[in-house]
Ligand binder design. Structure first.
Ligand SMILES: *Cc1c(COP(=O)(O)O)cnc(C)c1O
Length: 459
């Protein structure tokens, strides 16, 4: 057989291929200020891709060239310091590089049997996060693909744990309910739909679920089928932290599961000035924080922590005869696969692990503080103008504001113009039914000059 017809020809080392891809990667990693991009003509893209995949091989340089020329710039760079829409991303250089190691070494992180070193490293990162939250020594957890997957996996455990104890007490097992705030992330509603649980929605006075809101919202309700309460540590829309201690007290007094969604805002605990806002987070039954948001790791990664991982293991362990061997070991060790609704998983916590070690926690603290400081700066600039109004003083790194006289179309134009000039990526939002401006800060490379440009465009 000639070498280029061997069945392992795709698996044979190829230095030219390595060079082509690494040249691009090296250039990308050398960028200080990632451009926002996010433009491109779909018809052009379609044409460029036409016939690219066929029976015969194509030159890697040609395919890489097509990626660079037609595809790469159409993808918005959430990791640009000028990206203020949704929740930005800002993976550290170390985390991006180690993500390549995870890929190159094909590291999976299913079980101790298959991936002891990866599980050990991921657990060290999880332990570090749990310590920052003040969670007990008993914790266990895993990294899942995102906050949505984390919230869902946790709520399944909440439901089935409740079902087990309700079955023992002869209580109904269906039409169970969860207490949530009116600001809970859409993924919570989605998860409740999937697990077939209902919501008791607590109306909040100003976006923060307070002790008073809980008291008022739960009064005169039938709570006999409630099994859990979900609080948010940093709402996505406005960066608001619920009164976690009040939610924990409520959960404790009723015997409910206490889940905190810190997908975006959990990392805000690293800011010493904000730490007190998180009091009560140490009392969670389950906690989600996304490394791919404010823990400065690449997509896709969310940390899911349980105070008692035995409960998660009892719910999520998959039984199959071919899997018996991974469950045969020490029962005090938890396999990542057994703690969420997944089986095969990329060791996606390792990029965070490497970066935490290489950079140290002080660097993480400083980067988080930078986001909060920039939000404070933006809020002050907005307040300084007579025709601009802050909706609410920012708790964390999201700023909501109103440009008096503007309609939804004006905010859209503001956003479209800023993007087409590559000044910034911004998105409007709504607050109490009104279209408002919104800026989310996360990248420590964002400068006050960048923010000034965005605010100046509110004319
Ligand atoms: C982003 C976010 C989610 C969803 O996380 P994904 O990683 O996008 O799945 C859930 N809750 C909050 C508060 C978030 O900010």
């Amino acid at each position: 057989m000639t070498p280029n017809l061997r069945p392992d020809r795709m698996h044979t080392p190829d230095q030219a291929l390595v060079d082509v891809v690494l040249a691009y990667v090296t250039e990308r990693l050398s960028i200080q200020e990632t451009p926002i991009d996010g433009f491109g003509d779909r018809e052009e893209m379609r044409k460029a891709l036409e016939g690219l995949i066929g029976a015969e091989p194509k030159d890697p340089a040609e395919v890489m060239g097509i990626y660079e020329k037609y595809l790469s710039e159409t993808v918005l760079s959430a990791d640009s310091p000028r990206f203020f829409g949704f929740i930005p991303a800002a993976p550290t250089k170390a985390s991006l590089l180690f993500d390549m190691v995870v890929s190159a070494a094909s590291l999976q992180g299913c079980s101790w049997l298959e991936a002891a070193g990866a599980v050990m490293a991921e657990n060290q990162a999880l332990r570090t996060m749990a310590d920052i939250a003040g969670m007990p020594q008993s914790i266990g957890g895993t990294f899942v693909s995102g906050g949505s997957a984390g919230n869902l996996s946790a709520l399944v455990v909440a439901r089935d744990t409740a079902r087990a104890s309700r079955a023992a007490n002869g209580l109904p097992l269906y039409q169970l309910q969860v207490v949530v705030s009116d600001q809970a992330h859409s993924s919570i509603e989605n998860a409740l739909n999937i697990v077939d649980m209902g919501a008791i929605v607590i109306p909040t006075l100003d976006g923060c679920m307070t002790r008073e809101d809980l008291k008022r919202g739960l009064a005169n309700q039938d709570l006999s089928n409630v099994v859990a309460i979900v609080a948010t540590a940093g709402t996505t829309n406005a960066g608001i932290i619920d009164e976690l201690d009040a939610a924990a007290d409520t959960a404790e007094s009723h015997g409910w599961w206490f889940h905190v969604d810190g997908a975006y805002g959990g990392a805000g605990m690293l800011d010493p000035e904000k730490r007190a806002l998180y009091t009560g987070i140490e009392r969670v039954d389950s906690l989600v924080m996304d490394p791919h948001k404010w823990w400065f790791a690449p997509f896709d990664s969310a940390a899911l922590l349980y105070a008692d991982p035995h409960l998660a293991k009892a719910v999520h362990t998959q039984d199959a005869s071919y899997l018996d061997v991974i469950h045969a070991g020490d029962l005090t060790e938890f396999n990542p696969s057994d703690l969420a609704f997944h089986l095969t998983r990329r060791a996606r916590g390792m990029a965070l692990w490497f970066s935490l070690a290489v950079n140290g926690l002080d660097a993480y603290r400083d980067a988080v503080v930078a986001g909060n400081t920039m939000a404070r700066y933006a809020a002050d600039q907005i307040k300084a103008h007579p025709d601009r109004e802050l909706i609410r003083e920012p708790d964390l790194s999201v700023v909501l504001f109103r440009r008096t006289g503007w309609t939804a179309q004006d905010y859209d134009k503001w956003a479209t113009d800023l993007l087409s000039q590559q000044v910034a990526f911004v998105t409007s939002s709504t607050w109490r039914g009104e279209t408002v401006g919104r800026l989310a800060f996360l990248h420590p490379g964002t400068t006050t000059a960048m923010v000034d440009e965005v605010i100046a465009a509110l004319n």
